[in-house]
Design a protein around this ligand. Sequence first.
Ligand code: RUQ
Ligand code: CUA
Length: 683
Amino acid sequence: MGTMGTRIVSGIGAFGLAAALACGPGGEGGQAQQALRPASGGAGAGVAELMAARGLTDADVTAALKTYVPSGKHDDYYIFSSGGQSGQVVVLGIPSMRILKYIAVFTPEPWQGWGFGDRGSHEVLANGDRHGHEIRWGDTHHPNLSETNGDYDGKYLFIGDKANARMAVIDLEDFATKQIVPNPILESDHGAAFVTPNTEYVIESSQYPVPLGGEFAPIESYAETYRGAATLWKFDRERGRIDVERSFAIELPPYMQDLADAGKLVSDGYAFINSFNTEKAFGGNLEGRPPLESGASQNDMDYLHVIDWKKAEQVFQAGKAEQIRGFPVISLETAVAEGLLHFVPEPKSPHGADVTPDGKFIVVGGKLDTHATVYSFEKIKGLIDAKDYAGKDPYGVPILDFAKAIQGQVELGLGPLHTVFDDQGNAYTSMFVESKVAKWSLRDLKLIEKAPVHYNIGHIAAAHGDTVNPRGKWVVAMNKWAIDRFLDVGPLLPQNFQLVDVSGPAMQVVYDAPIPLGEPHYTQIISADLIDAIDHYDPVGTDPLTGELDPHATEGGKERIERQGNEVHVYMTQVRSHFTPDTIRVKQGDTVHLYLTNLEQARDATHGFGISSYNVSLSVEPGKQSNATFVADRAGVFPFYCLEFCSALHLEMAGYLLVEPREGQAGGEAPGSRAGAARHAAR
Ligand code: RUQ
Ligand code: CUA
């Protein structure tokens, strides 16, 4: 234990403390242990005594020292994690693993006033509706930060919704969702979001093939009519929005496309998507066919899709795409004819397609294989340029020779999935079946070490670990179902993020962080100094969606209530500790338009607006404008109040909405109505 402890001592420079921790009783640390004991008992027991009392080992204490961030100090990195079926994004800090925020994306979230009356948030959510259905959840899988020259620039975050094939744009100035775009031709995605090195495009590729565009076709015609596709959403950085008009898709065969990554540096201009189910199985186990999963696991090889997206962009711009539901799609035929799609075989049920920091290699894990396969971009490019094909798939897509396209394979063990990289030329692969992180060298493709994690690791992330400039130091294992790591909370188990220190000769798991929101899939880890978040909106009355002054923003002193027929316009402001106006009189059946401006510019001056019975919850951060419209269809007296404890007189920050009955209507409901009867019965 001495070696490790000594290393850490010098690392953190805390002579007495760590020396004491490193040495057992009777060791050279005796003196240091003495030094740790508070002279006058002020802070309680010494560290050695605390360790003994709590049963902590040296490793426990070094882990604690590596992750503890004292009150008032900030973390070095942000983690942006998918929130799985919560439809949200989770933000944490490294090394503390403290959860900082759940960003509301696809699912309404009342604290952020997302989808509870705020008109802008409803517009964003409604834009994500599909086929006339209101969709108010998502299954977020892969967050991707915007990049400049292949490294995170800290400006935007994109995240796909696997369940409903949608893409969201989050602005990291205010950590708020700005846009949700439904995919017009797909029903599900998985290779999403993956950005190109200058965020020219945000890639969303399908998972489960369907007739593109959402029409019905019999499943027996799967091979003929079902298709996958890779969508290239054009990102307009100026506007901070996806530009649907300049976006397009490439039709793909009905294999199940899976993870994707964009090439970088030497491989810039290419995208790589792996696939499974080249068998084209579609299930039917009550109809005399094999279940989908066994039908999809017959072939020894599936196909890594190699897409020349720069060529595809030219083909699209040359007008050679067809329209499906009004969306331009480059047909498979055209993709083959233009030479922008090639396949390379990949071993049994692959998963994860990760481009190395130098852009030279693509690492693919094989769920049912014991290897990670390392493809050489140079070799792939050479084969494509020489038209050196090993064959064609049933759809005419040229297939390259496996042996000629790979650099090599690394024997890792059971269930390799995803791979990330550090700054020392090492790769870290998640081993789902083994519940381990495998560290291996990119130089010689040799396994270095495996560290156990708990349990069932899916994705893995490293600091800038999928960029041209990995930072090393930290890896996060994203484990599913923490069966025994935390206090029991019933059968639905939290997930477990384990922070792994990879800076030393041996990997050390230093922290377990439960993720109690949904199944987190991928995350990205960005250096904290790259994020430049605002602390208030400027000017006062800013619409967070446009970043500009909202036309309904109200200046202090100009608060008013205007009636136009049955429409009542309330121009309201907030400042600690009152709403102006705090009395709103309307008539039953009126439509109330509430225009709410937080006049404050201090960073800790967020107010809220909550009102009984009308399902409205607004978050009005300093300088923000939030507008809500509702029909006051129920007569009665409805208190509204500020939702944040903003000052000593926060409880007094309240008012009344008075909804007077219309002529001839005495009370809330018509007498004898069901609601009225129920209320009386309950008394
Ligand atoms: S994947 S199941 Cu990212 Cu490994 Cu979604
Ligand atoms: Cu404003 Cu409480």
